[in-house]
Design a protein around this ligand. Structure first.
Ligand code: AMP
Ligand code: MG
Length: 446
């Protein structure tokens, strides 16, 4: 394709939100799978079928604290005529050596402890007199020359059928059975299952490493005093947090000055650790909009030996508000996706939600890359939404009432309103006003 002509044509074209997103997703492939420690794999997509190597539970064990008995010994037990059994010892969880439970005998047993040989049922301690031996019996048994004499007794008041209060070997999962299928997203309980069956590592698509950098010579990090004309860099923090919330591993690069050479060398330095790059600012048509300047020049040059060459970043006008100017392309030898977002804080955050978050989730191979949406009744009228643009207003959604209330105005510098919103109110392209009580669609920010 002829980039020069393409660009001229594209500059005239106005992209819809959906077209821009589709283009991004069409050019992003899921990351190659790697083997990770199970905790590192949280939130990631499994790419292997996991088979159970050994049945769970691995052995019959007690589901209660009580006494392991032979069923026949307690079959006739009642409140008034309890079965009286000799307590031969204790079986705790983790016990390796187990006493043999012969006729007329019982072993005190704890939850999770292996069922000793000879025993067929567990009588919960609540169905007994609590025993006169148990722990002490076991202790005495260990130290006494005549253990049988020193052993305690337990009175059992109710019968217990064979298998009562026993968690049978393999009753959870059996050896050879599938535990988790490829494509499963690993949450806490899936990680718990992996650990239970003894898996320390799994093969998953990794979390993308997202490099976040803001641009602007006016930017000062929070914590430092502002000089004349300066503001704090909020975008790189907001976007880094958003990248982490989306499931990525974020790297925040401090603000880069509006200087083409600094921007270019910073990008080159960062490329090595990035699966995706996100910049904010410098994409409009102002005199110091260096991101657009630098990356447009980049796409115009054919491979020149620099690590950034070989890709192309295209700057577009979108039919949306906020977030009209957007840059997207693939740069460097690995054709790493780069999204250049506008600088106004609300614009950059809305752009992140609409484009970067889906891109991150596509890199992770997640089946659903989109935020949930819902209809809601708007409690207040929305006046003068721009015709021909999809507008994303900040809203406070009340799920119980099914209503949303706009927060702040349309201004893309209103950071506080953004911080008090939990949804984006979507006003479609051809809608110019919304009456109070009318239904609108929301993107839920969670
Ligand atoms: P720009 O797109 O670079 O022209 O920036 C648009 C507006 O957003 C300007 O008012 C900038 O000062 C502001 N802005 C740009 N980057 C940031 C940032 N990282 N944090 C806060 N405000 C920013
Ligand atoms: Mg700027």
């Amino acid at each position: 394709m002829n980039h020069a002509t393409g660009r001229t044509r594209h500059q005239e074209r106005v992209w819809s939100v959906a077209e821009h997103l589709d283009d991004i997703l069409a050019k992003i492939a899921p990351l190659e799978p790697i083997e990770l420690q199970i905790l590192e794999a949280q939130g990631c997509v499994l790419v292997e079928d996991i088979t159970v190597p050994v049945s769970l539970p691995p052995f019959d064990n007690s589901s209660m604290d009580g006494y392991a008995v032979r069923a026949a010994d307690v079959a006739d037990a009642t409140e008034s005529a309890p079965a009286v059994l000799t307590v031969i010892g204790d079986v705790a969880a983790g016990s390796g050596e187990l006493p043999e439970v012969g006729p007329g005998r019982a072993a005190r047993i704890m939850t999770g402890a292996p069922l000793p040989p000879g025993a067929e049922a567990v009588v919960p301690v609540e169905w007994t007199d609590g025993g006169t031996g148990g722990g002490p019996a076991a202790t005495m048994r260990a130290h006494s020359a005549a253990p049988e004499d020193a052993a305690g007794e337990v009175r059992v008041h109710r019968p217990a059928a064979a298998g009562a209060h026993i968690r049978a070997r393999g009753s959870d999962v059996t050896e050879g059975e599938p535990a988790l299928r490829a494509g499963t997203v690993l949450g806490p309980s899936q990680i718990g299952l992996l650990a239970a069956i003894g898996r320390g590592t799994v093969t998953v698509r990794p979390r993308p490493r997202v490099v976040v950098m803001s641009t602007g010579s006016e930017l000062v990090p929070p914590g430092e005093a502002l000089g004349p004309g300066q503001i704090h860099d909020s975008n790189s923090y907001q976007l880094t947090a958003a990248a982490r919330a989306a499931g990525a591993i974020p790297y925040r690069v401090g603000a880069v000055a509006d200087d083409a050479e600094t921007l270019r060398s910073t990008l080159e330095d960062q490329l090595i650790r990035a699966d995706i790059l996100v910049t904010s600012g410098g994409v409009s048509v102002g005199a110091y909009d260096v991101v657009k300047e630098t990356l447009t020049a980049l796409s115009a040059t054919e491979p020149d030996g620099s690590t950034l060459a070989g890709g192309a970043v295209e700057f577009r006008t979108l039919a949306m508000q906020p977030g009209k100017p957007q840059g997207f392309g693939l740069i460097g030898p690995d054709r790493t996706p780069l999204l250049a977002l506008p600088g106004n804080p609300v614009s950059s955050y809305v752009s992140f939600e609409l484009f970067v978050r889906p891109a991150i989730r596509a890199l992770m191979g997640l089946p659903d890359v989109h935020r949930p949406t819902t209809p809601a009744r708007c409690t207040e009228p929305i006046a003068s939404s721009p015709r021909g643009k999809r507008q994303f207003l900040r809203g406070s959604y009340d799920a119980d009432a099914g209503t949303v209330t706009p927060v702040g105005g349309a201004g893309s510098h209103l950071i506080k309103a953004m911080a008090h919103a939990n949804a984006l109110i979507v006003v479609p392209e051809e809608t110019t006003e919304v009456a109070a009580g009318a239904e609108v669609d929301l993107v839920l920010l969670g």
